[in-house]
Design a protein around this ligand. Structure first.
Ligand SMILES: [Zn+2]
Length: 108
């Protein structure tokens, strides 16, 4: 089943669900899954009170298929211009590293 509209913007990558599960179970993140075409996959609400904008890419796909879509690129550039971090996560290790970077933040 192919969504109408843009090329492949609507499909979640196969590793999206396991990574979300890991983020919630291991790191206590609350994952808000964005609708297709919004320019990123997760708004992650962290237990420290921080938020992360996350785009999931699948490392099993060739680099050409992992490129940001037009909507993703547009939001990415908007974030860069505003000094907002836009995370691109492909692996568990990357996810864990981001979670670790929040260690020691206040729970308030
Ligand atoms: Zn934090």
């Amino acid at each position: 089943m192919r969504p109408t509209g843009s090329r492949r913007a609507a499909r979640k990558d196969d590793n999206d669900k396991p990574l979300a599960g890991r983020a919630e179970k291991n790191h206590g993140w609350l994952i808000v899954h964005m609708a297709p075409g919004q320019g990123f996959d997760w708004l992650a609400l962290l237990p420290c009170g921080c938020k992360e904008i996350v785009e999931i890419k699948n490392p099993k796909q060739p680099p050409s298929a992992r490129k940001l879509t037009d909507q993703e690129l547009s939001l990415f550039e908007e974030c860069v211009s505003r000094k907002i971090t836009y995370r691109i996560i492909e692996t568990e290790a990357q996810l864990d590293g981001i979670a670790l970077s929040h260690a020691g933040h206040n729970y308030s």
